[in-house]
Design a protein around this ligand. Structure first.
Ligand code: SF4
Length: 183
């Protein structure tokens, strides 16, 4: 049996999770990211880290149609609202499905590294998905990691691209300045 499938949302969040002990095969399923050039930029940054840390990377197709279909009618929801719930569930369901079909023991996500997401929502969805797909979900709260500030320094040292919006086209209007907050 394979060990662990790690859903990775972006390179900065992978650094935080990795320094906090996350390991596994990298599963970059994020069809919410818009436009495609931004998706490729974030994916290439993840590949650099995976190469440096010798992590296997699963080749996952980019299917933005799935995101747009599932979030239709929720375009104007605020961040952390219903659209985000659908988006996170979509990503974790596809991760769990792949894990189940390919013999992984468990799965988790780097999404909880972000201070801008609801950790409660992510872990609740993960546990629901676990029940529906029959593969163990390992909840985490990476943004509370004692190595969070070390991770921020490493991201800077490595010159990792840090996006200034969550990912979907609807979040582009809420772009944040690229500040690194030391907690
Ligand atoms: S704001 Fe982020 S989590 Fe919410 S729908 Fe957009 S990409 Fe997904």
């Amino acid at each position: 049996m394979k060990c662990h499938l790690l859903h990775v949302c972006c390179a900065p969040d992978l650094v935080i999770a990795y320094l906090s002990g996350a390991r596994g095969d990298v599963f970059f399923y994020n069809p919410n990211i818009h436009p495609k050039a931004e998706y490729e930029k974030r994916y290439n940054e993840v590949l650099k880290l995976a190469n440096m840390w010798n992590l296997n990377v699963i080749d996952v197709p980019y299917d933005p149609e799935n995101f747009f279909k599932l979030t239709k009618g929720f375009e104007n929801e605020p961040e952390k609202g219903k659209r985000c719930e659908i988006c996170i569930r979509m990503r974790l369901e596809i991760t769990a499905k792949f894990a189940k079909e390919n013999g992984y023991r468990s799965f988790s996500t780097t999404l909880t590294s972000s201070p801008r997401k609801s950790v409660e929502m992510i872990n609740k969805i993960g546990l629901e998905v676990m029940k529906n797909f029959g593969v163990e979900f390992l909840p985490n709260v990476y943004r509370k990691s004692p190595l969070y500030n070390d991770a921020q320094r490493l991201i800077k040292q490595l010159g990792i691209y840090r996006q200034n919006y969550c990912g979907c086209v609807y979040s582009m209007s809420s772009k944040q300045p690229q500040l690194i907050t030391m907690r």
